[in-house]
Design a protein around this ligand. Sequence first.
Ligand SMILES: [Zn+2]
Length: 277
Amino acid sequence: MPELPEVETVCIALSKVVISSRVKNIKVLRKNLRWNIRENIQTNLEQDILKKPYRRGKYILIPTYKGNILLLHLGMSGQIKIKSNNNNTLKHDHFIMVIETKKNKDYSIIYNDPRRFGYIDFFNIKDIENHFLLQKLGVEPLSNDFTTDYLQKNINKRSKCIKNFLMDQSIIAGIGNIYASEILYRAKVHPLKSVDSLNKENLKNIIDSTKYILRKSINVGGTSIKNHLQPDGKLGYFVQELQVYGKQKLKCNKCNDLIKKIITNNRATYFCNTCQK
Ligand SMILES: [Zn+2]
């Protein structure tokens, strides 16, 4: 499932073709994604010029010159493909946007999603704060607003384990199951530890680890884009350098004890019982 670094990687790849490109046409092959794609997406976006894409949490946002924003969400299994010619539509291709660059070159931006938990939407930029998917998003973990004070303020409202807290999108936007385990391993904090028992040093370690792990993964993703055209459709999916996720019964790289796997909140959680307190 794509998390913040994968979505950022897709944004970087899209930036290489969409900036200043004109939307030639949009085809909706299947509108019932997690929610239905709105009917008038073509009339609102066709002929408009796209600006630089950016990311908010796990959402890709592409602003346009006429003041709209195209929102793409990859859900559990969504992929964005960029093709210079799209002769054959594949199974699970649900949305195709053909764009023309300033140099008169056409590209197809294709949204493919077997499980259809993703979503595509558009809205006027003035409604961005009220969009139902964006309005409750918490702090961007790579921003300067992600501080120990911010965490402490949010901890006071709730009492739960740190792993679920990290994955709560209304507190921190963009962290999912894979990176939550990796962050806590690096911060040496046990995933089941209650947030109200964390001291300031723990919180500082969690913040530092979050920024380190996410930035490192974005770099790996960036280098995985050899060019922006990914004929295998693997854009946004790359081999992360993981320390604990999926490594149960393998040796911890720091202490040689075996990595443990438990289920919390119906999600697999990986940690080292010796290194993480
Ligand atoms: Zn260990």
